[in-house]
Design a binder for this molecule. Structure first.
Ligand code: GLN
Length: 304
């Protein structure tokens, strides 16, 4: 525990001095003004120990990290039926690409690219008003994190509603292929709000504990489904940077353009890292480097 804490502090100090911090996402205007000099890391171990360093109590926009939680909710609610509407293959393309969707007749490659996540949100809306979906989503996050103080940043949701033209294009394309059952503006309203949820690194690491599959972690999904979500995080969680993340880190992870990454060490730890500057694939530049350092120092890898 003291070792891990010292390691996190050393990593935070190294990241504070890092010259190349990547670029903050500016296609969502509300995210463009985030200070890129921030960094945080938090770890929850299977035995309940928690350590953190840096700005671990600062809230950030979880963005696409939310797709792990909505996938877990959808698998819990609909089970394997979901796989008739969304695939399980890495896309090798940017998170918001529209190319493959037309080519593959409206079945998104996986639930972590935008098109796939929009289908998952559509599936969760079935029988619910968008407001009810959001209530259920926030309940899931709060239960997973064991913390009621998790909310949606309305300004970020609004900002993306005004500028999310590409997501509208994806939603209409899905609708044209009959793979969207609700009106595009309803689904995207729900999707933009889910992405605009804010958490601190401490909260996000706690919310990820159920994906460790450890006996002491909250049991929100069956072990078989947890293994599958981890497999998808490994193969698809960083879009066209997933292979590089697996190569450098060797652990399942899910990134978001807010600069957060949730990483799982099966049966051992849930890690959240945050730094707002992104690399060319839209994944946190220093977040990835920090996780690479930590995984190597702790000998944490699913590859032995
Ligand atoms: N809300 C963002 C979008 O749809 C999420 C993308 C991301 O985090 N990669 O563009």
């Amino acid at each position: 525990m003291a070792d891990l804490q010292a390691r996190l502090e050393a990593i935070a100090a190294e990241m504070a001095a890092a010259p190349d911090r990547g670029r903050v996402a500016d296609y969502i205007p509300e995210l463009a003004c985030i200070d890129p000099d921030q960094f945080a890391i938090a770890v929850c171990l299977a035995d309940g120990t928690e350590c953190a360093a840096g700005d671990a109590d600062t809230r950030f926009s979880i963005q696409s990290v939310s797709k792990v939680f909505t996938l877990a909710m959808a698998l819990g609610r609909l089970g394997d039926q979901l796989w008739s509407r969304v695939g399980r293959e890495p896309s090798g393309l940017a998170f918001n690409s529209i190319l493959q969707l037309e080519h593959e007749r409206g079945i998104p490659r996986n639930p972590f690219i935008n098109a796939g996540a929009i289908v998952v949100t559509d599936a969760l809306l079935s029988g619910h008003a968008p407001r009810e979906f959001l209530g259920e989503y926030l309940r899931f996050l709060r239960l997973a994190a064991d913390d009621e103080d998790i909310h949606v940043n309305e300004a970020v949701a609004r900002s993306e509603t005004e500028t999310g033209h590409r997501n509208f294009a994806l939603a209409y394309e899905l609708r044209a292929h009959d793979n969207l059952h609700h009106p595009p503006d309803h689904v995207l309203g729900a999707y933009f709000h889910q992405c605009a949820a804010e958490m601190t690194c401490r909260q996000l690491a706690r919310a990820g504990r159920f994906l460790m599959g450890a006996a002491a972690a909250p049991r929100l999904l069956s072990p078989a489904r947890i293994r599958r979500i981890n497999a998808l995080m490994m193969t698809c969680g960083h879009y066209d940077g997933s292979g590089d993340f697996a190569f450098r880190v060797g652990l399942p992870g899910k990134s978001g353009v807010g600069g957060g990454i949730l990483v799982i060490v099966p049966e051992r730890a849930a890690i959240a890292v945050w730094s707002p500057g992104l690399n060319a694939q839209g994944n946190s530049q220093l977040g990835t480097l920090a996780i690479e350092r930590l995984a190597r120092a702790q000998h944490w890898s699913v590859f032995g």
